[in-house]
Design a protein around this ligand. Sequence first.
Ligand code: TZP
Ligand code: MG
Length: 229
Amino acid sequence: MRRTKNLSKRKWFILFGNPAIYFLMGTTNAGTKEPLALLEEALQGGITHFQLREKGRGALTGDALAEFAAECKGLCREYGVPIFINDDVELACTIEADGIHIGQDDMDCGQVRKQIGASMALGVSVHSVKEANEALTCGATYLGMGPVFGTRTKSDAKPPAGVAEIIKVKTQYPHVPVIGIGGIEPGNAEMVWRAGVSGIAVISSIAGAQDVAGQIERFKQSIPGRRVG
Ligand code: TZP
Ligand code: MG
């Protein structure tokens, strides 16, 4: 359902109040579909969070990227879904995104927090309790952890880590939102939820689905306690 909500008034601490189906996409993940049409299908299907992750051969840059990002933000606003920008502080600030997501190896997280100020959400990818501690000390709002399973979407992904480290991080920091990522599909998502994540982040299993809304519904059904039948 399309609805308009002023997310600028929304504080980051309620960003992960309910189980999140966090869709990541860039123009290079859209296959034969028109990227904005794919994003709208996903929004209609009920994704709860969106991250613009523009990577790989043929990725947009410069003005074309800024224009695309602004269009993505406009669509996300219509559906009341927060938009995050991957790795690009300037772009996140230009379009006044709700958040930015960075890899710990990509940028200095403390520096990014200074640049974006206190009100923009900051997601940081981590792989251990030690890295989680560093990210939280720098002002991370939530943590991304993965790849949980094997993935072909990220060329420099580390080996699949399963859910063991997620469980350790959640044991140490029970109130910090952790999002699992990497190779997550409806059929393997349940063990990620059971590790205590606040959400699952997905690229190919949603972007490549014939029936995007149906696939998102399958992800929703994978949430323990939300299963029907
Ligand atoms: N970070 C760790 S794995 C990954 C990222 C961005 C790619 C996830 O893509 P997919 O297609 O859902 O496995
Ligand atoms: Mg990165």
